[in-house]
Write a protein that binds this ligand. Structure first.
Ligand code: FES
Ligand SMILES: [Fe+2]
Length: 373
């Protein structure tokens, strides 16, 4: 399987593009029917793909201790993900086995999960530990009333969950490098709901063709007009956005070149997650479709790898700059696309040779949906 280039090969290819005023180009032009952003039936099938694909739920750093938990909805299902006494991360459907009350919300650290309704109590590994007034439940076997487990796997600094099993789903981490290293500190997490289809929002991250027009004062002065590397690995993609300061590497022997702080990596983890590695901070963004026109962004910000002691403050400044400038510009664009979706202007959206990561995403989504028949 193709793997992403290492940093030195990335530097070499970027410098070559700078010299030649070129960029990576894809082989196909992709035409995506606008109806696919507006069909409730298709969204239902997309959610089924999300549920059977291992998708990032949170960074490992969000579950530092035994008992650390994160509860949120993923692809419409309330899940509770918790680190056990044995350090293993487990995921459960967040519903009491008595009458279904959610057991936890948000994030925190617990010794056990006590249902707020009647007090059924579950251990961190999901076993039912206690039924108050158990005499009222003759014949109810606690062993058969543990929390309902969902597959969870910790890989590359991320916790992946898979809600439904599919026969031949490839393990998505096989084609990924380590994305978040153990030394990266969690700075904050958050959630926001936006009036935009999840795929429209995603597409905004996956090409550099828009940098000059959309970000004339924020990103473009530090970057290039339409200069990106676009790589695919399995169903994932990585788009590399170099900063102009990378040109200083031309004077550094290839073996000694380091790209940290000289470019932005955007990893798209099929289907609905992004890991963005910026100058001084790293984000995990998970896009949760709530409806055809509404998406919840679940975000985690971390320091960069090897950041050292000063990195948290620098990372916060970097995050504030990006969020207040470029990210706001991107948001205005995707909301404007969403507003015009029903205008009838376009039967299809045409993604060109510079938008190959978007074509790769849609191609893989089409194939995943086709497997459903
Ligand atoms: S619903 Fe949880 S204890 Fe009754
Ligand atoms: Fe942008």
């Amino acid at each position: 399987m193709t793997k992403f280039l290492d940093d030195r090969a990335v530097a070499e290819r970027v410098l070559q593009h700078i010299r030649q005023h070129s960029t990576d180009v894809g082989e196909e032009i992709w035409r995506e029917p606008v109806a696919n952003y507006r069909s409730a039936a298709r969204l239902t099938r997309e959610l089924a793909v999300l549920r059977r694909t291992p998708t990032p739920f949170c960074p490992s750093a969000a579950l530092p201790d035994a008992g650390s938990y994160v509860a949120r909805e993923a692809a419409g299902t309330p899940l509770l993900v918790v680190r056990g006494e044995d350090r293993r991360v487990r995921a459960f459907r967040n519903a009491c086995r008595h009458r279904g009350t959610e057991l936890a919300s948000g994030a925190g650290c617990a010794k056990a999960f006590v249902c707020p309704y009647h007090g059924w109590t579950y251990r961190l590994d999901g076993r039912l530990q206690h039924i108050p007034h158990a005499a009222g439940f003759p014949g109810v076997d606690p062993k058969e009333h543990g929390l309902t487990a969902v597959a969870a796997e910790e890989q590359h600094g991320l916790v992946f969950v898979t809600q439904a099993t599919a026969a031949d789903e490839p393990a998505p981490w096989a084609s990924l490098p380590e994305l978040i290293a153990p030394d990266q500190q969690l700075l904050n997490s958050g959630a926001a709901e936006l009036e935009v289809n999840w795929k429209i929002y995603l597409e905004g991250f996956l090409e550099g063709y828009h940098i000059r027009s959309t970000h004339p004062q924020s990103f473009y002065p530090y970057g290039y007009d339409n200069l990106t590397l676009v790589e695919h690995s399995g169903r994932h993609s990585r788009v590399t956005f170099p900063f102009r300061r990378i040109e200083k590497l031309a004077d550094v022997p290839p073996a000694e070149r380091r790209v940290d702080g000289l470019l932005t990596y955007v990893y798209h983890l099929f289907p609905n997650a992004l890991v963005t590695v910026l100058s001084h901070h790293t984000n995990l963004v998970v896009l949760e479709p709530l409806s055809l026109t509404r998406t919840r962004l679940v975000t985690y910000a971390l320091t960069n790898r090897g950041g050292g002691a000063q990195s948290a403050e620098t990372a916060k400044r970097d995050a504030a700059f990006v969020n207040n400038t470029g990210a706001a510009e991107d948001l205005a664009i995707v909301l404007a696309i969403q507003r015009s979706l029903g205008s009838g202007a376009n039967e299809v959206f045409t993604f060109g040779a510079f938008e190959a990561a978007i074509a790769h995403f849609h191609g893989n989504l089409h194939r995943a949906l086709a497997e459903d028949g």
